[in-house]
Design a protein around this ligand. Structure first.
Ligand SMILES: Nc1ncnc2c1ncn2[C@@H]1O[C@H](COP(=O)(O)OP(=O)(O)OP(=O)(O)O)[C@@H](O)[C@H]1O
Ligand SMILES: [Mg+2]
Length: 250
């Protein structure tokens, strides 16, 4: 059924020691209770409250698939002081029939370090073409956060790819977010799979996607209109003055 996906499902296959904080995370409890978390669509959104464990899960998936824990393609292997968990050691991933030919892991906290690593590698003599030519040609440090992120997607994502993105909306204006959705559709049409953690009610409307809402009670597929993010944002935008009045007592 979902054999054309690069990641079909994931499960926890080893017991996590009690003294590892991961053993107390709601998302980990949920995964254990479910047996496996299945992916059904080419675009999956992970949504849920701050701290529920979206980034931890997405990083675990990325590292288990061979990406550098700090982000980038599978070819990046730089390391800084940024912390990441060892969840990947406890995960078993069921892969699809075909292997992805392109891929990128965007770790929200360390895109800056990916940019630095490209500049450092390109500063070394002898390597042509420069890596940055794959990213639009201008150092990602010389572009704004949103510009550099769109350069990455528009120039570096080739299709037939596995793209694991942690809150991509953090960099983007609403207009650019819609541009990202146009790029995503082209990449999906070209055999790509996206797994994205997001708080964006705009992004989670993406057609033919699955929204997995993570709560303390479990992980379940929901209509985006039933997510807390969508309901709260819509209520607020429908009547900001009224909500602010009750919040701020003015
Ligand atoms: N090294 C650590 N030791 C103990 N707890 C940790 C450690 N690293 C992360 N945590 C905890 O793990 C939990 C899950 O964090 P995670 O970043 O995965 O949440 P998230 O769902 O991505 O949240 P957000 O929406 O804010 O990005 C948090 O409560 C965090 O405090
Ligand atoms: Mg997070």
């Amino acid at each position: 059924m979902n054999g054309d996906l690069y990641i079909r499902d994931v499960r926890i296959s080893k017991e996590i020691p009690k003294n590892n904080y991961l053993s107390k995370l709601p998302v980990v409890h949920n995964l254990c209770a479910m047996g496996k978390l299945q992916f059904n669509k080419k675009v999956t959104f992970l949504v849920g409250e701050n701290g529920i464990g979206k980034s931890t899960l997405i990083e675990g998936l990325a590292v288990a698939m061979g990406f550098n824990p700090e982000g980038g393609t599978v070819n990046f292997n730089f390391s800084t002081n940024d912390s990441h968990s060892n969840l990947h050691e406890y995960l078993t991933i069921c892969k699809g029939y075909k292997r992805h030919r392109d891929g990128f892991f965007l770790r929200a906290e360390s895109f800056y370090n990916v940019a630095s690593n490209i500049d450092e590698l390109d500063a070394e003599p002898g390597f042509e073409p420069k890596i940055i030519s794959n990213y639009g040609g201008v150092s990602l440090h010389k572009q704004s956060h949103g510009e550099s992120f769109m350069s990455l997607v528009e120039n570096r994502f080739f299709g037939n790819g596995l793209y694991i993105l942690d809150e991509p909306e953090a960099a983007l204006s609403p207009m650019r977010l819609m541009r990202l959705m146009i790029c995503m559709q082209k990449l999906v049409d070209n055999n790509s799979q996206f797994i994205i953690s997001t708080h964006s009610p705009i992004l989670m409307t993406f057609p033919n996607s699955e929204v997995l809402e993570i709560t303390k009670a479990g992980i379940k597929a929901v209509d985006y209109k039933d997510t807390e993010h969508y309901i709260v944002t819509k209520r607020f935008m429908d009547a900001p003055e009224k909500i602010l009045e009750s919040l701020l007592g003015e």
